[in-house]
Design a protein around this ligand. Structure first.
Ligand code: 5AD
Ligand code: SF4
Length: 467
């Protein structure tokens, strides 16, 4: 596929939208995405492939000729959810549709999906999206049970076709797969081994994204900071961050998810030195107990993790830190859970996600006994979330009176407010006397504006624009 298609696709949806110029085949597709930002971005790539084939994207599955589910299997219920969705498309109810299952559940369940839902005709894992045009061509001529499940280790991520949904923030994968072996996690099984993209091709895409009107880039990877430039240039992750930030036109560079083991002082130094690199690090700890961390095979102790936190907190520029935490890992005792709670006191996270452990399919955790009761997991989760909520509230309240630059990405006409994000990734809702969000006056969407914080909640800030 040529780059001219690429440019037109981006221009349909990027900030500098140029209107529809793609040929139409008169058919439509629908895609529903479950799971993480990596999946959201994968769906953008799939949408790009479909638009280039002449399909139009629609919001409702019943308007579509092709229906995709881009699935996530982090938690077992996720697979059940997909099968119940598939149940809605049984033959008889929608006989002419092509149904495809993509993503992690596709990779894990493979042929089993055809057995359980024979009306599905395409099953394709994320490492095979480059083959999607060929696979689709097979389905379009009537083949059933078409599969793309290779874990293609030579994949190069040249994403010529990406229909980015978010007009303000462009996702860009720099490393696929994962070489860690956390015992609870399916990712190494569904996304395969770690593969980094060359720095030259990343920088070229960043320049192209600037041309399309993006000024904020989010670099993606399951372990984004494990990035290793495969080209002779051999850029480190910190060097890559700086290089991306220095592309003319770039105002913000984000990155997620960082793995504590590969989180080095150079990353903090880069954030300190380069204002375009956002002052936010997502650094999942998973547990505050060294014994549980070892059982999870996280490759660091509580103390080693807290050293990284201390390094980030000591930075000259304040850096917000968020985390992921699992409660009720097999064998987690009350005392070990308390260690997670006490870690929150020290880490003082600015936000994050917490999960009850669930036994995923095909991981080493399958061998362990899911020993903490559902009820106890629920209790631990509630206690953890309440504690984190009060920490967040206190941290946000400390920002009242300060002024932040936000990139405006939403508005609410009901309450006459705009919404944006700070560099440290906080949501800041604000009023702007000169720009009504109900439609009158100039739109602020996509602009960077200064906002003074007047109130704080646990999950967001409220303020007023200052000029
Ligand atoms: N059970 C519960 N949470 C999990 N996560 C990953 N696998 C599991 C599991 N089996 C959580 C981790 C990870 C986040 C994306 O999902 O906290 O960081
Ligand atoms: Fe999963 Fe661990 Fe890899 Fe993260 S680092 S994707 S939790 S195996």
């Amino acid at each position: 596929m040529g780059s001219s298609i690429d440019i037109r696709l981006e221009m349909l949806t990027g900030p500098r939208a140029a209107g529809g110029v793609l040929p139409s085949n008169g058919k439509a597709f629908f895609i529903e995405t479950f799971g993480c930002q990596m999946n959201v971005h994968d769906s953008e790539k799939v949408a790009g492939v479909m638009l280039a084939r002449g399909y139009q994207q629609v919001d409702q599955p019943h308007d579509a000729d092709v229906v995709f589910f881009n699935t996530c299997s982090i938690r077992e219920k996720a697979a059940q959810k997909v099968f119940s969705r598939l149940g809605l498309f049984r033959p008889g109810e929608s006989p002419t549709k092509i149904i495809g299952v993509l993503g992690c559940v596709a990779q894990q369940e493979g042929e089993e999906i055809f057995e359980r839902a024979p009306w599905v005709s395409l099953v394709c894992g994320s490492a095979s999206y480059r083959k999607l045009p060929d696979l689709l061509a097979q389905v379009e001529v009537g083949n059933r049970r078409v599969m793309g499940l290779d874990l293609d280790v030579d994949e190069t991520f040249e994403t010529e076709l990406t229909r980015r949904d978010n007009p303000f923030r462009a996702y860009l994968t720099i490393i696929e797969g994962c070489d860690k072996a956390c015992t609870y996690c399916v990712v190494p099984f569904t996304r395969g081994p770690e593969r980094s993209r060359t720095s030259a091709s990343i920088l070229q895409e960043v320049r192209q994204l600037v041309d399309f009107g993006y000024s904020e880039i989010q670099l993606l990877g399951q372990t984004v900071n494990s990035y290793r430039d495969p080209s002779p240039r051999g850029m480190s992750f910190a060097e890559l961050l700086v290089a991306v930030a220095q592309v003319p036109g770039i105002r913000r560079v984000r990155f997620t998810t960082s793995h504590p083991r590969d989180f080095h002082p150079e990353i903090v130094q880069a954030i300190e030195a380069v204002p375009e690199i956002c002052n936010h690090v997502h650094l999942p700890v998973q547990s505050g107990s060294t014994r549980v961390l070892a059982a999870m095979q996280r490759t660091y102790t509580r103390e080693q993790y807290l050293e990284k936190i201390a390094l980030i907190r000591a930075a000259r520029r304040p850096i917000s830190i968020t985390s992921d935490i699992i409660v009720g890992f097999p064998g987690e005792t009350d005392a070990e859970f308390e260690e997670t709670l006490s870690l929150l006191d020290v880490a003082q996270y600015d936000g994050g996600f917490s999960f009850k452990f669930s036994l995923p399919i095909y991981t080493p955790a399958r061998q362990m006994e899911d020993s903490v009761s559902e009820e106890e997991k629920g209790r631990r989760l509630a206690v953890l979330q309440e504690k984190q909520r009060s920490i967040q509230l206190a941290r946000n309240e400390a920002l009242v009176g300060q002024t932040f630059e936000v990139l405006v990405d939403g508005r609410s006409s009901r309450v006459e407010q705009w919404a944006g994000r700070t560099s440290c990734n906080r949501v800041l809702n604000f009023t702007s006397p000169s720009a009504s969000s109900s439609g009158a006056g100039a739109s602020l969407l996509g602009q960077y504006v200064q906002v003074k914080v007047s109130r704080a909640g646990p999950n967001s800030l409220v303020g007023e624009r200052v000029t």
